[in-house]
Design a protein around this ligand. Sequence first.
Ligand SMILES: [Zn+2]
Length: 273
Amino acid sequence: MPLPLIPIAGALVASAATGYLAWKNSRSQNHKKWAKEPFPAEWIEILKKNVVLYEKLPEWLQKELHGHILIFLKEKSFEGCGGLEVTEEMKVTVAGLACIMLLNRESSHYKDLRTILMYPAAYFSDPDKEEVRLGESWVHGTVVLSWSDVTSSANDVRDGKNLVLHEFAHQLDQEDGAGDGVPELETESQYITWAEVLSKEYDTLVKRTNRGNRTLLRAYGATNPAEFFAVATEVFFERPKKMKKKHPELYNELKQFYHLDPANWGHQGWEPD
Ligand SMILES: [Zn+2]
């Protein structure tokens, strides 16, 4: 008697789907539980010291951020590299910055990310090559960061550079399996305007970079569309007013994606004209 291949395949798919749903439900229940745990006062001091953006957030977003940080620190592991001993300050700082991008929207809490590798400073990614790196985002499960660049880039919000925002924007971009500058969007029409606006802005940056012009979005964003999205994210959070003025359509796309409007968080002296 021939084996009932199709029913077996169907049963396997159904059982995998049930398993996935069970995992998703228990993860979401854990998230709800962890987010309600008390947020240590020392962690607030760490955020105030190392994450300048924290104090710009409206109070209700600060509270939401605390919940995301608690979840992040339960789920992700940190490993020191190059002799670095990872401290609580390092973990809270990285989690604080990474979770700003999850605020006020449905998010997967970086579902594929397992491990953050931390080096004390810029590092050689391959001992046989001369290439020095500040950070990396791998498609399945890992982000690599240089601690000295995490703090230096997060302390000066006016420079429009932020290593953690950059690498975690890559994580968001990679969640659909492709690091192509198009993260998962909510509607068909968003994909259409995203493609129109971001390709136009990317082409302009490439042209201006080739001409040697200085721009609000740094030249590294002209490397490819994935780097463009990561660089644009840094500027969206660090120089929002300027971006809204100079690149209103780009600002609007990112505002819709992140469900945040950082140009309205303003405090005097945060962002020069
Ligand atoms: Zn990058």
